[in-house]
Write a protein that binds this ligand. Structure first.
Ligand SMILES: [Zn+2]
Length: 429
């Protein structure tokens, strides 16, 4: 007996390369994926790519769209100047400022097919203005964005002696994850003990950990060792994500090889931020200038789940970005030399399914039983999606179309050439 569907997407190409596929949607979930499915309310994908939506597993929503609001810009392009600018601006932001910027961010995010975000939120302010505002935003956007909130002591766990209580208070607001920035503590020893203290709070509260870790060019930065150790000691394993790991680029090869084995054995995940990492790192080098990228192909080869994330859009750290995770994968493919067909297919996974795995979004994916959260892209493969990086024609959430963008089809005025053409698949003829 043939199932009846609320909606069917017909003639879709999937990221794994299957073509002519139908995706049947029922009660907001993917009910069936098979060739030749039809039904009422069919949406013809016309051979274009349909995939799970984009997922950003490392972002800073409290700071986004704030660049230049105080008339100042990060002239040196360093992490340090970004932090100094943020420390100057943050106390002046109101509850409504945080909400207003977050709402505008998500309008654009949805139009780019981004449907899940893990954001770090600075909890340096004991009044938790940003944390309270973004906890409300999480509820407000829940129908269209899966938002995870990370309690992030941006100025250090030891910037005041009440931070442990602040982290617990933040979790009570509905935060999902404990964060930290051990490389910003005043000594390496304090960095290590902050990791232990923060992981213990996460274990006690039954939440995940996502730690900014070794975000520098120091080949001897070793915070990841402590994070791996605590993930194992406290039984947290894949509930832990190490973010950035930029120092891994500069580490001694013998040490890095051994470290990668330890990371893989512990089960922790890694989130890198290709655009922001190459932009902020190497700033103290002459030539050659280091790239500050974790050793991602080697980590994945060892079995580690790696997400590519955006980190920043128009904030004191980064003057670019447009909520398009395809851009992030595009940059990652270049800087990590993932430009063969398998590498490009993998880079697309790193901003969709791998990032969802890090966030433990079990309902995300192009599989029967998953939420019907889908994007239809003006491309004929995930490779072409990264090359052209179009905004999705259709963004579907729980089986309903929530955003449409008219495709960019140029109109030519050239003798002997077509009046108009469709860029998707055009090079193939
Ligand atoms: Zn970050």
């Amino acid at each position: 007996m043939r199932m009846t569907f609320d909606t069917v997407i017909t003639n879709a190409t999937l990221p794994d390369g299957r073509t002519g596929m139908g995706i049947g949607v029922q009660n907001g979930k993917i009910a069936e994926i098979a060739p030749g499915l039809t039904g009422k309310g069919a949406i013809d994908a016309g051979g274009r790519l349909v995939s799970a939506p984009f997922v950003d597993c490392h972002f800073h929503l409290d700071a986004t769209l704030s660049l230049g609001l105080n008339g100042k810009y990060n002239e040196s392009g360093t992490l340090a100047e970004g932090i100094a600018l943020w420390a100057e601006m943050a106390p002046d932001f109101t509850f409504d400022d945080y909400k207003d910027r977050a709402r505008r961010y998500f309008d654009i995010a949805i139009s780019q097919g981004l449907m899940a975000v893990r954001t770090h939120v600075d909890v340096t302010d004991p009044n938790l203005v940003a944390a309270k505002a973004l906890a409300e935003i999480k509820a407000e956007v829940a129908d269209y964005i899966d938002l995870q909130l990370v309690a992030f002591p941006q100025m250090g766990f030891y910037c005041r002696d009440t931070m442990a209580d602040t982290i617990r208070e933040t979790l009570d607001l509905g935060f999902d994850v404990v964060g930290g920035a051990p490389h910003l503590e005043r000594t390496a020893e304090l960095g290590r003990s902050s990791i232990t203290a923060l992981c213990e709070i996460a274990a006690e509260q039954g939440v995940m950990v996502d730690m900014h870790c070794d975000e520098n060019d120091d080949p001897n930065s070793r915070q990841i060792e402590t994070l791996v150790y605590e993930a194992e000691r406290l039984g947290l394993h894949d509930k832990v994500t190490a973010s950035h790991l930029t120092s891994m680029h500069s580490m001694d090869n013998f040490y890095a090889a051994r470290l990668i084995t330890k990371i893989a054995a512990s089960g922790i995940n890694v989130a890198v931020n290709p655009a922001v990492n190459i932009h902020l790192q190497g700033r103290y080098d002459s030539y050659p200038k280091r790239r500050g990228m974790a050793r991602v192909p080697e980590l994945m080869e060892a079995g580690v789940t790696v997400g590519f994330a955006q980190d920043c859009v128009l904030d004191p750290w980064y003057p670019l970005g447009r909520c398009a995770l395809g851009d992030v994968a595009f940059i990652a493919a270049h800087v990590l030399h993932m430009t063969n067909p398998a590498g490009l297919a993998q880079a697309y996974e790193n901003v969709t399914t791998s990032a969802a795995e890090i966030m433990k979004l079990d309902h995300f994916g192009l599989k029967t039983g998953c939420s019907a959260d889908l994007v239809l892209l003006d491309a004929t493969s995930s490779w072409e999606a990264l090359r052209l990086r179009p905004a999705p024609r259709i963004v579907m959430r729980r089986g309903k179309v929530i955003c449409e963008t008219a495709p960019a089809h140029p109109h030519l005025s050239l003798p002997g050439r077509p009046a108009s053409f469709d860029p998707a698949g055009y090079f193939q003829g």
